[in-house]
Every structure is written in structure tokens, then in C-alpha cells.
Design a protein around this ligand. Structure first.
Ligand SMILES: [Cu+2]
Length: 507
């Protein structure tokens, strides 16, 4: 890091000197760039030396250890493509195509000047042919043409890592967009010859957009939706391929006072990421994975098929939320991860409390286990009221609790109570569909709850699926002194299909 800084400073002072000598600015810039650089970006360090080395590959969010080698070697990389079904969200599965069994694929780390002997295997159980295009390769297709591999086969090609930086790799088999959308991307780090400055933690985080036929969090197995992908309308935008891959008990961790380096990639296939960590300022960013260092950055743009290196020192304990600051993607499509920093507080830097449900929503809890349990029971036809109540309780946080409060008491004069609500008791007996319609269609106009009149607006919760609404209402009905009962997914579907009732005028 310090070498980079001094190179940049040296170049800047040369510019300043040249400018003082009275030359025109353009000339000065030219002579500055024409000066022999101490270490050009592209270097051939000569033939590989020593015995061949097998590259250590890691699954996200882990990064292979630093290389600590002072000569170029022949490095053997063996990567296997595996097509497999995995959860994309709680109770939702998706058929991923992976490099090494994970999304993003295995992290590869080599040293600038290394000669990489790349072996790409296509698992015999797979159905599709695949290949690999590494952005760190100099040569046509980045390896794609040399690595086309049918299921049950292996291909091999060799390249020299001429440029340092962090690079995306991805599958480039037609239809390319579909292979990438199914999770076929990862990162390769080409370390500078002198290595990277030492930090306490290195993590591997990669964003990707996903396209399923069902809506966000719609339960069951969800196939890829080519039309949504072409229209660039993702159902999910995720860090590390799965909703919750880096939240709850899977959050990234650090201690107060430690340095963290994130290798953040964006596989796309379509979206550009506005990468931001809520409550942190990046001390250093190597934008686009290149060699220029930028400092004091709030949000860094990561193009599709690009990557960045982001560094900061932690100072205050608590949960830091990694998001794509195109913020609907974070709260309504899943683009959220957490860095949990533990250690002593420093009230001189920050006095406040831990980030709560405002940012974390239903991710504030350790996991959404009850939601997936309910989804499984639903699929098996064994869904019980208890399953629904447990799932509804987890979903209530961050969905309804922002207004009606975690204890259902509401806010006097602003949000009516759901606890012991006279309106809920009345509707569940006399007009079930109208009650079910409240979260689905919203509620406007005068309502009286427990003797107090409200004339406000509850927006429709159209982001919720039918079973989420059913679970939320079942939870509300069975909590805080309400009369009990159960609402089914099918009932919600019927109410959703009907037009919203006109604003109520009675009560
Ligand atoms: Cu592929």
C-alpha cells in the first residue's frame, strides 16, 4: 500500500515541478507519463522457478492465505463445475451452476508473474457444457475458447498472470447470461510481487442478480426466468448467492481496532453495484480492482464483471450492514450482509445504540429458521397453526413492527394497536376477507379501534407473498389477547385476486 502511495505522490510532485518550470500543462503531463515507471503494470518475470505449486482454493467468504513467495512459480489450479440445487432464500430452492460447489466460485490467489496451469473439470453428473473466462488472463476469450468442457470431461490451458489486481472469472458458454445468472462467477487475485499489506481479516463477498419465475421469497423450487433476465428485472440481488449467506450466525466478524480487507466482486449478469457499508467509511478503495488507491470513500461503484478491494479499520462495536445502496435491492431483493464487530465501546466516537430493526428488518434475529420450517411443512401438507405463528413472528419484525410496534401496541393517535384490537375481533367474525385484505390492499379512511378513531393510511404490503400474509395474520390473531384463528395461503390468494374494497366509511 505504502509503495503505491509513494509512486502516486512521486508522479504528482513531478507534475507540480514540471508545471513550475513554465512548460504548458499538456506538455508537463506528457513528460510525467513518459518518465520510466519503476514497475510497469504488465511485467514478464521470466519462466517459472522451483517445483510446481498447487493453488489453495477457498469457499466464500474465505480468502486463501497470502503467498509469501519471492519468485514466479508454476501454479496448478483445479476447479470443478458442479450443478446443484441449493436454497436461495428461506424455503426457496434454485438450481445453481457453480465453480467449485459455491456461489461465488472458489477464490483463487496467485502471484504476479506466475504461470498458471488451469484444469477445468465438468462433473459427470452435470447436464450442461461449461468453460471459463478469467479477466486476469491476457489472451483471446480469457481462456474461454481453450476450456470448453462437456459433462464428465476435463480441459487444460496455461496462462501467465502478467497484471496484478483482483479479477472476475465467469462461465462464457452460450447462453452466457444464463450461465452467469445461475451463479457461474468468482474472483482471482493476482498479488503484487511484494505481496499485499498485512491486515487482520480478508473476506470474499460477491454480488449477483437472480431471476426466478416466482416473486421474491415465493416458496418452493423456482426455475430461472429468461424473460425477466433479458428485461433486467431481477427477483433477487444477493451477496454470496443466497439470501442470508452473510447474516445472523453466518455474519462476517472482526474485533474493534482490527483492519478488514474485503474483496468485493460483482458477477452481474446485469446490475451495477453501489457497494456501501452502513456505518463505515472505507479508508482505502482500490477501485475496479486496479492499482490506484482512493481514500475516504462512502460508496464505491462495482461494475458487472468487475471487482474492488475495500479496506477499513473498525472502531465501534456493533452490526455493520453491507448493502447495494440502490436500496430496494437491499430491503426487497436480499442484497444485505452483516459484519459483526465485537469489543469495547468508544463513546467518544459513537454514543448510540446497536443498529436495530430499522436496517436489519427480519434479519435482526439470528436466522429465519421458522420461516423455512413453515415453508417445508406447507409443501408437505402438514402446516400447523404453530408453524404459521412462529414464521409470522419472525416476519413481523421489520414488516409490521415499524408502525404497529414489536408488542402490537401501536403508537397513540398515529398507528392503531393490533393488541386486543376490537376491529380484528369484529372482522374475524363478520368479514374475514376484509381483514385479510388489510395487508394485501392496504387500508385508508376512518377506522375505530378500542374506542379511538384513526383516519390514516396503511400502504398495501404488495411485496409479501400469499403465505407470508397468511403467516403474519395467523401470528397477529394468536397474539396479544386477540381471538385466535388461522388464515390460509389460498384465502389470501382469493382476496388478492379481488379488487380492493372502497375506503370504509362506517364504524
Ligand atoms: Cu457454464
Amino acid at each position: 500500500m505504502s509503495r503505491m502511495v509513494s509512486t502516486v505522490l512521486a508522479a504528482a510532485s513531478m507534475l507540480a515541478l514540471a508545471a513550475c518550470s513554465g512548460k504548458p500543462a499538456a506538455d508537463a503531463a506528457l513528460s510525467a507519463t513518459a518518465a520510466p515507471a519503476p514497475l510497469p503494470a504488465t511485467v514478464d518475470f521470466g519462466p517459472p522457478q522451483g517445483a510446481p505449486v498447487h493453488a489453495v482454493l477457498t469457499s466464500p467468504p474465505n480468502v486463501p492465505p497470502p503467498i509469501h513467495r519471492n519468485y514466479p512459480a508454476k501454479v496448478i489450479v483445479e476447479l470443478e463445475v458442479i450443478e446443484k440445487e441449493m436454497p436461495i432464500s428461506e424455503g426457496v430452492t434454485y438450481t445453481y451452476w457453480t465453480f467449485g460447489g459455491t456461489v461465488p466460485g472458489s477464490f483463487i490467489r496467485v502471484r504476479q508473474g506466475d504461470t498458471v496451469e488451469f484444469h477445468l473439470k465438468n462433473n459427470p453428473g452435470n447436464k450442461m457444457p461449461h468453460n471459463i473466462d478469467l479477466h486476469g488472463v491476457t489472451g483471446p476469450g480469457g481462456g474461454a475458447a481453450s476450456s470448453f468442457t462437456a459433462p464428465g470431461h476435463e480441459s487444460q490451458f496455461t496462462f501467465k498472470a502478467l497484471n496484478q489486481g483482483v479479477y472476475v472469472y465467469h462461465c462464457a458458454t452460450a447462453p452466457v447470461g444464463m450461465h452467469i445468472a445461475n451463479g457461474m462467477y468468482g474472483l482471482i487475485l493476482v498479488e503484487p510481487p511484494e505481496g499485499m499489506p498485512k491486515v487482520d481479516h480478508e473476506y470474499y463477498v460477491m454480488q449477483g442478480d437472480f431471476y426466478t419465475t416466482g416473486k421474491y421469497r415465493e416458496k418452493g423450487h423456482q426455475p430461472f426466468d429468461m424473460d425477466k433476465a433479458i428485461d433486467e428485472k431481477p427477483t433477487y440481488v444477493l451477496f454470496n448467492g443466497h439470501e442470508g449467506a452473510l447474516t445472523g450466525d453466518k455474519a462476517l466478524t472482526a474485533r474493534v481496532g482490527e483492519t478488514v480487507r474485503l474483496f468485493v466482486g460483482n458477477g452481474g449478469p446485469n446490475l451495477v453495484s453501489s457497494f456501501h457499508v452502513i456505518g463505515e467509511i472505507f479508508d482505502t478503495v482500490r477501485q475496479e480492482g486496479g492499482t490506484v488507491e482512493q481514500h475516504n470513500v462512502q460508496t464505491t461503484l462495482i461494475p458487472s464483471g468487475g471487482a474492488a478491494m475495500v479496506e477499513f479499520r473498525t472502531q465501534v462495536p456493533g452490526s455493520y450492514v453491507l448493502v447495494d445502496h440502490s436500496i430496494f435491492r437491499a430491503f426487497n431483493k436480499g442484497a444485505m450482509a452483516i459484519l459483526k464487530v465485537s469489543g469495547p465501546e468508544d463513546k467518544s466516537i459513537y454514543s448510540g445504540k446497536e443498529v436495530d430493526s430499522v436496517y436489519l428488518g427480519d434479519r435482526a434475529g439470528p436466522n429465519l429458521h421458522a420461516v423455512s420450517t413453515a415453508a417445508k411443512a406447507n409443501a408437505a401438507g402438514t402446516l400447523s397453526k404453530d408453524d404459521q405463528v412462529a414464521a409470522g413472528r419472525q416476519l413481523f419484525t421489520g414488516t409490521c413492527s415499524v408502525c404497529h410496534q414489536a408488542n402490537g401496541e401501536g403508537l397513540p393517535g398515529v398507528f392503531p394497536p393490533l393488541a386486543k384490537s376490537s376491529l380484528i375481533a369484529q372482522l374475524i367474525k363478520e368479514d374475514r376477507n376484509r381483514l385479510i385484505g388489510i395487508p394485501v390492499h392496504g387500508l385508508t379512511g376512518k377506522v375505530t379501534v378500542n374506542g379511538t378513531e384513526y383516519d390514516s393510511v396503511m400502504p398495501p404490503m404488495t411485496q409479501l407473498t400469499d403465505d407470508e400474509v397468511a403467516n403474519l395474520l395467523t401470528y397477529v390473531l394468536n397474539s396479544w389477547g386477540n381471538p385466535g384463528g388461522q388464515v390460509t395461503k389460498d384465502e389470501v390468494a382469493k382476496v388478492r385476486a379481488q379488487p380492493a374494497p372502497a375506503a370504509a366509511t362506517e364504524h
